[in-house]
Design a protein around this ligand. Sequence first.
Ligand SMILES: [Zn+2]
Length: 99
Amino acid sequence: MKTWFTTYDQCPECGARFEREPGFFLGSIYFNYGLTTLIVAVAFPLLLFNGLADSKTLLYVALAFVLIFPLIFFPFARSLWVGHDQFWDPRTDVKERLP
Ligand SMILES: [Zn+2]
């Protein structure tokens, strides 16, 4: 990754292009949103019904979590998306470097 929110155009090792088409990385939302939702959906009732926090506190913590966690997880979600895509539809243009 170039910065936290930008990605290299191609793999520095094998030259595979990461972004196959415009909007390619929209698929990473599946990983980012899915993990964020899963964590909240599991943690919220666990903490609430075990009496570790009241519902109002949990609501604020969950709200902060769903706003901050996707930003932290952003590059990892993109990596997972590229790996997922490579697994199901392997690139054939490997070793063809961009100009
Ligand atoms: Zn590579």
